[in-house]
Design a protein around this ligand. Structure first.
Ligand SMILES: *[C@@H]1O[C@H](CO)[C@@H](O)[C@H](O)[C@H]1NC(C)=O
Ligand SMILES: *[C@@H]1O[C@H](CO)[C@@H](O)[C@H](O)[C@H]1NC(C)=O
Ligand SMILES: *[C@@H]1O[C@H](CO)[C@@H](O)[C@H](O)[C@H]1NC(C)=O
Ligand SMILES: *[C@@H]1O[C@H](CO)[C@@H](O)[C@H](O)[C@H]1NC(C)=O
Ligand SMILES: *[C@@H]1O[C@H](CO)[C@@H](O)[C@H](O)[C@H]1NC(C)=O
Ligand SMILES: *[C@@H]1O[C@H](CO)[C@@H](O)[C@H](O)[C@H]1NC(C)=O
Length: 448
């Protein structure tokens, strides 16, 4: 295997390789080294674990040890290599960095094309006059998506977000330029996520204003009407950190963490999955230009016990569509002891929570109560679009009922993997055919 590693991913100092048969962890594989581990979950194994596979530690491989299999790319003066997108039909890697886009060969990270894309002088000056630093007033690429033969990419552009559509084989060829507001954050530090559906609609989760106080899940472009989450409503979204977005069937799923509005005592962050219907057309009079199908549920990643130990803060996800599984990295809060875990969620468990009751607070002085879903398993109209009714869900219900009462539980009671004194940051899961069964191999990186 050849890893093409840019400066950002090179910051990862640890790789872990853990394999997971459908029912639990069995053994570890590692690229050239073969480090192994006893099963974390004991179950009848079709074959005994190999002798060298009885080590109980999680293997840690410094990235330097992988250097013979890595190729690097860097450019003097260029930093923040934050966006990477694979163009597998051309065997290329598209890279978004500060004020630059690059096209690299996937086999050895050699440069094929470099394009400078910085803010113009006027935009920079106006950004600095608003009190931002020279460093902040640059173009940080935050959206980089392939749609057919085109690339859709957005940058912060000195706090004046902008998006361009470019030709995939020639990234200096700009076919279209659109406003980046609600598609890309203003502030390079803000976490956002975006996706283009098969039909060409852009779903973005970001902040919509200069000060970063107006978070939004927003749909635009394509043929459906633009829709957003309710504005300045902390029950819909409360200081969210958006992680990822996936299109699955009739829905778009967002993964995030946010301040838990339903948690009464003290500030706590919960991890969430949120969902909207792709054929939502918004309300009329009520919820105009706003989602009528927005729902969200808490994700539980914890160690069981009399008092469960919660890993409340989702950091990244990986979706395995073949298995309908979402893997997530969860950590403790940065202000408490470091601890990390990996939990996987079955899409059917997520759907089940969304078909269950809601949790609702009549007014700020009353407590949150469970209330039945008036139309479980509702969708907006049918595949051909909404029916004669705006939505099968009443708009009044849609405005107040969006937090699910049930918590989404992971596939196993305890995390698939957990470790103290470390912060996992990213993971990738690969399915590998073993002798008798398929293994899920997790590659995990840390920020340290
Ligand atoms: C990198 O790979 C490309 C395509 O596989 C090849 O044409 C090129 O010669 C390689 N460059 C280096 C420096 O190895
Ligand atoms: C790429 O696009 C630019 C701008 O449109 C153009 O000047 C250039 O000739 C194109 N390069 C190739 C190889 O087509
Ligand atoms: C974005 O996410 C990272 C990793 O979770 C976090 O360290 C950072 O503080 C977040 N950015 C903002 C503006 O909160
Ligand atoms: C989360 O999972 C743990 C372990 O299975 C369980 O003890 C706990 O009750 C769950 N918490 C919630 C809020 O569902
Ligand atoms: C996910 O749920 C489906 C339907 O309930 C089930 O068939 C499947 O085995 C589950 N997958 C895992 C990995 O638990
Ligand atoms: C429209 O909504 C009403 C009340 O919710 C319902 O009785 C009726 O069946 C709906 N019509 C269609 C075509 O969905």
């Amino acid at each position: 295997m050849v890893g093409v590693v840019g400066p950002v991913t090179m910051a990862m100092s640890l790789w872990e390789v853990v394999s997971l048969p459908p029912v639990g962890l069995l053994l570890l594989l590692c690229l050239p080294l073969c480090l192994c581990q006893q099963p974390l979950v004991n179950f009848e194994s079709p074959f005994p674990p190999l002798l060298e596979c009885t080590r109980k530690v999680h293997p840690i491989v410094p990235y330097k040890a992988l250097s013979p299999w890595m190729s690097g790319f860097s450019r003097p003066g260029v930093k923040d290599f934050s966006q990477l997108t694979l163009d597998l039909t051309r065997n290329q890697l598209i890279v978004g960095a500060r004020n630059h886009l690059f096209r690299l060969s996937l086999s050895n990270a050699s440069l094929l094309q470099a394009v400078e894309w910085g803010p113009d002088e006027d935009t920079k000056r106006s950004c600095q006059s608003k009190g931002k630093t020279e460093d902040e007033c640059q173009n940080y690429i935050r959206v980089l998506l392939i749609t057919g033969r085109r690339i859709f990419t957005c940058g912060t552009n000195a706090f004046t977000p902008v998006c361009t559509t470019r030709q995939i084989g020639n990234i200096s060829r700009v076919m279209d330029t659109v406003n980046g507001v609600a598609r890309c954050p203003y502030d390079p530090r803000h976490n956002s996520t975006a996706m283009v559906t098969e039909k060409g609609e852009l779903y973005a989760a970001t902040v919509i204003d200069f000060s970063g106080r107006d978070p939004v899940i927003y749909r635009s472009l394509g043929n459906m009407p633009p829709l957003r989450t309710a504005q300045y409503n902390s029950k819909w979204l409360n200081d969210p950190h958006f992680i990822s977005v996936y299109e699955v069937g009739l829905f778009t799923y967002f993964f995030l963490r946010e301040n838990a509005v339903e948690h009464d005592c003290g500030r706590t962050v919960f991890s969430r999955v949120a969902r909207v219907c792709k054929n939502d057309v918004g309300g009329r009079f009520l919820l105009e230009d706003t989602w009528t199908t927005f729902m969200k549920a808490r994700l539980n990643c914890s160690r069981s016990g009399e008092i469960p130990f919660y890993y409340n803060e989702l950091q990244s996800t990986f979706y395995l569509p073949e298995q309908d599984l979402i893997y997530g990295i969860f950590t403790t809060n940065v202000n408490s002891i470091s601890a990390s875990a990996v939990c996987a969620f079955n899409l059917s468990a997520i759907t089940q929570a969304f078909n269950g009751p809601f949790r609702y607070q009549e007014n700020p002085r009353t407590s949150w109560l469970s209330t039945p879903n008036p139309i479980p398993n509702f969708q907006v109209g049918n595949d051909r679009g909404p029916g004669e009714n705006q939505t099968e869900r009443s708009l009044q219900d849609a405005q107040r009922l969006f937090l699910m009462s049930d918590v989404v539980q992971p596939v196993s009671t305890d995390p698939l993997l957990y470790q103290d004194n470390i912060r996992f940051s990213k993971l990738v899961v690969d399915i590998v055919q073993g002798r008798d069964t398929l293994y899920h191999v997790m590659y995990i990186g840390t920020g340290e």
